[in-house]
Design a protein around this ligand. Structure first.
Ligand code: COI
Length: 327
C-alpha cells in the first residue's frame, strides 16, 4: 500500500521515518494540500492530512487519481467533507491519541483562569506587585461542569477528582466509570450550578452554537468558560456579549469559531484580519491559545501511528475502528 502524507511537520518526521524503516511505503511533504499539489498523490492508495480544509475539487482530483482513503492526523474530523467522500466512495480515518494531552491542558486553563495568572504575570513584568484585582478562586472549592464525557471529558473528570471539586457532567452517553467521580445532570442544571464549565464535545452539526446567548443567560454570574474542543460549539458573538456584560468572568479558549485557516503558521509580520480574534484578545480576562491542547510528544507520535494504522486496516482488512462517520 502506498501512502502520501501532506502537511508533515518537522516534529512528525521521526515518526514517519520509523514507519518507513519498518517497510511502509510512505512519501511525505511539509506543504499543505492544495489544488497545485494534489497530483503528487496520483497512484497512491491513501493520503494523510492534518486539520486542513479541502475543496470539493481536491477530493474529486484525489479520487480520479486512484486515492481510496484519507486519514486525518487529528481526533476531530469536522474539517473533512465526509458526505462528499461517501458519495465518491472514498473512506476516512481519524487519529486517536493520549487523552491526557488535552485533559492536562484543560485543567491548566482552569487553574490559570481561577488564579488570573496571565494578568498577575503581566503586572509583575512591570513591577506592579500590588494585590488589588488579583484575588483568585480555589479550584478545589468550585463546582465544575463537564459537557461531553468521551475519552477526554472522562479524563478531565478523573484528574479533577484529585482536586476535590464537585463535578457535574452532561452527555447523551452516560458512563458508569464517570459516575464514580461526577454526577450526570441535564444541561440547565449544569449551567445553573457550575462555577466552571468545560466543553468536550465534537464539532458536529448537533453541537453547533450549543453555547449561545440563551445558554449563557442560564449560567452563574462570573462563570469561567473553558473550550478545548471545537470553536463552533460556542457562538462568538454571544461569548463576546457575555464578556462585555460581565456575565462571563473568564474565558479560557484553545479554540474559537473563526480560527479556520489561521493557525500553525508564523504570521508575526502579517496583518491579521480577524475581528473576533482581535476583540477576544483585548479582554484581560480571556486566554486565547492557538489550538495547542493536543500538542505533546506522546500525542504527536500517536497521531502519526494511529492514522497510518487505520489506513492500513482499511486497505488490508476492509474496516477499522478508526473510520470516521459519514454524516
Ligand atoms: C484534534 O485532534 O481533533 C485536534 O483538535 C488537534 C488538531 C487540530 C491538530
Amino acid at each position: 500500500m502506498k501512502i502520501f502524507a501532506y502537511s508533515v511537520r518537522e516534529d512528525e518526521v521521526k515518526y514517519f521515518e520509523k514507519l518507513i524503516a519498518e517497510g511502509l511505503d510512505i512519501t511525505y511533504i511539509s506543504d499543505y494540500p492544495c489544488l497545485d499539489n494534489v497530483e503528487l498523490a496520483r497512484g497512491y492508495d491513501a493520503v494523510t492530512i492534518i486539520s486542513n480544509v479541502l475543496s470539493k475539487e481536491m477530493y474529486e482530483a484525489w479520487h480520479a487519481f486512484g486515492v481510496k482513503s484519507i486519514g486525518t492526523r487529528s481526533v476531530g474530523f469536522d474539517h473533512m467533507d465526509t458526505k462528499l467522500m461517501k458519495s465518491l466512495g472514498m473512506r476516512g480515518i481519524h487519529a486517536v491519541y493520549s487523552p491526557n494531552a488535552v485533559a492536562n491542558y484543560t485543567i491548566m486553563l482552569m487553574l490559570m483562569a481561577c488564579r488570573k495568572i496571565t494578568f498577575i504575570l503581566d503586572k509583575s513584568k512591570v513591577q506592579d506587585f500590588a494585590l488589588p484585582g488579583k484575588i483568585g478562586k480555589e479550584l478545589s472549592l468550585c463546582t465544575v461542569g463537564i459537557i461531553g464525557t468521551g475519552q477526554i471529558g472522562e479524563t478531565v473528570i478523573r484528574h479533577l477528582s484529585g482536586f476535590g471539586c464537585r463535578i457535574l457532567a452532561n452527555s447523551s452517553h452516560e458512563k458508569d466509570s464517570v459516575k464514580k467521580y461526577a454526577e450526570y445532570v441535564d444541561l440547565d442544571t449544569l449551567y445553573k450550578e457550575c462555577d466552571i464549565i468545560s466543553l468536550h464535545i465534537p464539532g458536529t452539526s448537533g453541537n453547533y452554537h450549543l453555547i449561545n446567548s440563551d445558554s449563557i443567560a442560564k449560567m452563574k454570574d462570573d462563570v469561567i468558560l473553558v473550550n478545548t474542543a471545537r470553536g463552533m460549539v460556542v457562538d462568538s458573538e454571544a461569548l463576546i456579549e457575555g464578556l462585555e456584560s460581565g456575565k462571563i468572568g473568564f474565558a479560557a479558549l484553545d479554540t474559537f469559531e473563526e480560527e479556520v485557516g489561521l493557525y500553525y503558521k508564523n504570521l508575526e509580520r502579517n496583518r491579521i484580519v480577524n475581528r473576533t480574534r482581535s476583540i477576544l484578545q483585548s479582554f484581560p480576562n480571556v486566554i486565547l491559545s492557538p489550538h495547542m491542547a493536543f500538542y505533546t510528544e506522546q500525542s504527536t507520535s500517536d497521531m502519526v501511528a494511529t492514522t497510518i494504522r487505520g489506513l492500513i486496516e482499511l486497505e488490508n482488512e476492509g474496516s477499522s475502528l478508526l473510520e470516521v462517520s459519514y454524516e
